[in-house]
Design a binder for this molecule. Structure first.
Ligand SMILES: NC(=O)c1ccc[n+]([C@@H]2O[C@H](COP(=O)([O-])OP(=O)(O)OC[C@H]3O[C@@H](n4cnc5c(N)ncnc54)[C@H](O)[C@@H]3O)[C@@H](O)[C@H]2O)c1
Ligand SMILES: [Zn+2]
Length: 357
């Protein structure tokens, strides 16, 4: 698939067996030699050797850098440590980065590529469903700070994205399911037809590579089209991708990034956003129920545990990027397949929605 960004156009390849043809895929778009493969401690044992061999046999000189798996690694310190290893490995302005992993690796490796020698190319090889349908597309890269998620970052589009659905076979079920939170989000904000399709069983047994490939393609198309309209998140058009994320990020942080995965927190955030959408945008109650039902079908959480520290969710909110100069910018959905930014949502509305979770 061809993806257009303000800086350049690039391809996203979606298929099976692509890791085996890596060298050939990369040679076409990267006439460079040295590169850093950035991966994590879970993913590297499965795929790093194959990726390294593929690159070496095509004439590239890769250096493998492995960081501990998990959101806690997405920090400025870790990005600095990666840069240090790249310097020690002799990588320069002519080198490029290959991010091999889920969204955490995509975000931090993309960020490293954006700042190393003021920017070098990057190739993304997403290994989670969430990274394939969401984080590898759109050029947002970054790291977290103690104050909140993704507060430091850069827009830096990849030169190539390689989605080999075979790599999803080793992904734990819980991780697989969380990718559907972003897919369901896409369906709710712009694609009622995909929403209906997701209710059918055959789309929901997605270890079937063909069904999965077309679902991934459709989601890449949705995300890249929205991003192309508003790459720098200025006009509000891109902001609709944050549906479910205002509360979702708060929940993720309140759970210290341990209790819920990103997609799980987003699932809960979507339920809260639906409650607010009923009140502020006229979302019909039966459509809210259909959304919650679909989330449940993928074993995604739709209720907070009774003892969850709800108050902590609000501690994170003021730091959230979606709060500009005191106004709460909140994405609401008036119906399945449509969403917009509202400035009509108050902190009390959010409190009420969280209390009912
Ligand atoms: N840049 C964006 O636009 C954007 C969009 C959405 C999410 N994100 C970010 O993405 C991150 C979440 O992404 P994620 O869910 O992919 O997290 P992740 O990268 O932590 O991956 C989830 C877990 O699965 C493991 N894993 C990955 N691929 C595997 C495979 N094929 N087999 C076995 N294990 C595998 C990882 O090691 C990790 O433990 C968050 O940091 C979020 O902020 C960014
Ligand atoms: Zn997300």
């Amino acid at each position: 698939m061809e993806i257009h960004s303000a800086a350049h156009s690039y391809q996203a390849l979606v298929g099976v067996g692509l890791l085996g043809r890596l060298g050939e895929c990369l040679r076409k778009c990267l006439p460079r030699e040295t590169c850093a493969i950035i991966s994590d401690s879970n993913v590297a044992p499965f795929f790093a050797d194959r990726v390294k061999r593929g690159l070496t046999s095509a004439g590239f000189k890769p250096t493998l850098i492995t960081i501990p798996a998990g959101e806690k690694s997405k920090t400025i310190e870790q990005a600095g440590a990666i840069c240090d290893q790249m310097i020690a490995g002799g990588l320069d302005r002519q080198s490029f980065v290959v991010g091999l992993g889920g969204g955490v690796i995509g975000d931090i490796s993309g960020f490293v590529a954006a700042i190393y020698h003021r920017g070098i190319p990057q190739v993304q090889i997403p290994t989670t469903l969430l990274a394939m349908v969401d984080s590898s597309i759109g050029g947002k890269t970054g790291v977290n700070t103690a104050a909140g998620k993704n507060l430091i970052g850069a827009v830096h589009h990849p030169s190539l994205v390689i989605d080999d659905v075979d790599v999803l076979k080793t992904l734990p079920r819980r991780e697989f399911n969380q990718g559907f939170a972003e897919i369901i989000k896409h369906a709710v904000i712009v694609d009622a037809e995909m929403f209906a399709a997701l209710k059918e069983k055959k789309t929901r047994s997605p270890r079937r590579p063909l069904a999965l490939q077309s679902l991934i393609r459709r989601n890449i198309e949705i995300k890249s089209k929205i991003v192309a309209k508003d790459e720098r998140d200025r006009t509000g058009e891109r902001a609709i991708l944050n549906f479910g994320h205002t509360v979702g990020h708060g929940i993720e942080r309140a759970g210290d990034y341990q209790e819920f995965l990103h997609g799980e927190a987003v699932s809960l955030g979507i339920v809260a956003a639906c409650a607010i959408s009923i009140k502020k945008a006229g979302l019909p109650r039966d459509q809210r129920d259909a959304i919650v039902d679909l989330l449940r079908r993928f074993d995604l959480p739709t209720q907070l545990p009774r003892d969850f520290p709800r108050e902590k969710i609000f501690e994170a909110l003021p730091y959230d990027k979606k709060f500009e100069s005191g106004n709460i910018r909140f994405v609401v959905a008036p119906r399945i397949g449509s969403a917009h930014l509202s400035s009509d949502v108050t902190l009390d509305d959010i409190r009420e929605a969280v209390a009912s979770l």
